[in-house]
Write a protein that binds this ligand. Structure first.
Ligand code: ADP
Length: 404
């Protein structure tokens, strides 16, 4: 069973092909970037046992359709490809950012699903239109292949009203659909499944706090396999401090800033999305760079890291209060998987709530799932590499099997 996973961005298309049966493996991955610019670039990596061969092609790719055609050419390339013919792809899984309350699971794309994604464009104006373009061009290039939408918001649909409603006039929810939706759901769901496997427990009996720290950062509280709260909200701006996003703020800051600076609301929102977070605090958004500068004595970088870790710690406290059981806290994504010092900083002083790190295990670099807690820690501390693409492939495959 071969599944192609597509993630369409404004000027890029990322892709991966997975073989799912009898064993899961990645056959290839790549991306076309700079679509619409005079010179676009395709990078394609084929995995073969222990070997990876890589190609890079530069040519003009005027639009997403041309981009996907270039990907198809790479997939079927006699030397570097992984299939002979597009009919070998059994299904295509698309990352779709937002489908509000319409779906709590992946969906086989038909006109109704397509229209539902379109209906949620106002809630994700930067992402859903691009995801729709990805679906349209994939339907043109693979007319006979079933396509599945896997939504970033779906895993969070189990969050109860007391956690998803904002304390605003009720009709803002009923008429304007303002509520917490949450994002990174595909990653949090993957981490939930992998945590259950790692702990050798049924997912329905596994409770955890999933801590996704990449360029974007979010956390999810998961009770018995179901998400019950998450840090991102109506948009991915709420919650943790991120590379360039501010996370939680006093909502009155928007008006105060507008009055004081004369900037309009959309410019202030842009600043909160693109010029804030670690970058706003110290000038750098890459955690590696911030850590290095903090170590070299840069005070603003030190404080930026303190703020970043403190916010995560605060949410661990909040979620460990709302979860009736807690098996593990789980770190994932670029920072969560690699930055041992950030994990150590976050876990420091949490013995009282049962979270006790083993410094030596934590400091040991690895790229596989592992535990880093002290043997006597009541709550386990895990580091599990995430793979949103594999999760999309798994859900696509599962849906195709169900519909077979
Ligand atoms: P995305 O959210 O775009 O998928 P990733 O999950 O790949 O991003 O995370 C990217 C971030 O991970 C980078 O901004 C960088 O700060 C951080 N990162 C990657 N490797 C390390 C490392 N070894 N130590 C600290 N941070 C790292």
């Amino acid at each position: 069973m071969k599944i192609l996973v597509i993630n369409a961005g404004s000027s890029s298309i990322k892709y991966q092909v997975f073989e799912l049966t009898p064993y899961e493996s990645t056959l290839c991955s790549g991306l076309v970037e700079k679509i619409g610019e005079p010179v676009s670039v395709l990078s394609h990596k084929r995995m073969q046992r222990r070997r990876v061969d890589e190609i890079r092609r530069e040519e003009s790719v005027p639009d997403h359709k041309a981009g996907l055609k270039l990907i198809v050419a790479a997939l079927t390339d006699p030397e570097h490809g992984v299939i002979h013919d597009i009919s070998e792809i059994n299904g295509i899984g698309h990352r779709v950012v937002h489908c509000g309350e319409a779906f709590s699971n992946a969906a086989l794309i038909n006109d109704e699903v397509f229209n539902a994604i379109e209906d949620h464009v106002p809630l994700a104006p930067l992402h859903n239109p691009l995801n729709l373009t990805g679906i349209e061009v994939a339907r043109e290039c693979f007319p006979d292949t079933p396509q599945v939408a896997v939504f970033d918001t779906a895993f969070h649909q189990s969050i109860p009203p007391h956690a998803f409603m904002y304390a605003l006039p009720h009709e803002f929810y009923t008429k304007l659909r303002i509520r917490r939706y949450g994002f990174h759901g595909t990653s949090h769901k993957y981490i939930t499944d992998e945590t259950a496997k790692y702990l050798d427990k049924a997912k329905e009996m596994t409770s955890l706090i999933s801590i996704h720290l990449g360029n974007g950062c979010s956390m999810a509280a998961v009770h018995n396999g179901e998400c019950v709260d998450t840090t991102m909200g109506l948009t991915p701006l709420e919650g943790l401090v991120m590379g360039t996003r501010c996370g939680d703020l006093d909502p009155a800051i928007h008006e105060y800033l507008a009055e004081q600076t004369g900037k309009d609301l959309s410019e202030i929102t842009r600043i909160m999305n693109k010029e804030s977070g670690l970058k706003g605090l110290c000038g750098y958004n890459d955690v590696r760079e911030v850590m290095q500068r903090a170590e070299d004595g840069d005070e603003r970088s030190r404080i930026a890291l303190d703020i970043y870790c403190y916010r995560i710690k605060k949410y661990i406290g909040a979620y460990s209060a709302v979860l009736p059981d807690l098996d593990a806290i789980v770190f994932t994504a670029g920072v969560g998987e690699n930055a041992a010092r950030v994990r150590a900083r976050i876990c420091q002083g949490m013995e009282r709530i049962g979270i006790i790190l083993d410094e030596t295990l934590n400091a040991h670099p690895s790229d596989v799932a592992r535990d880093v807690h002290a043997a006597y820690s009541p709550v386990k501390i895990l580091v599990i590499p995430t793979s949103e693409e594999l999760q999309i492939a798994r859900e696509t495959n599962a849906l195709l099997q169900e519909n077979a």
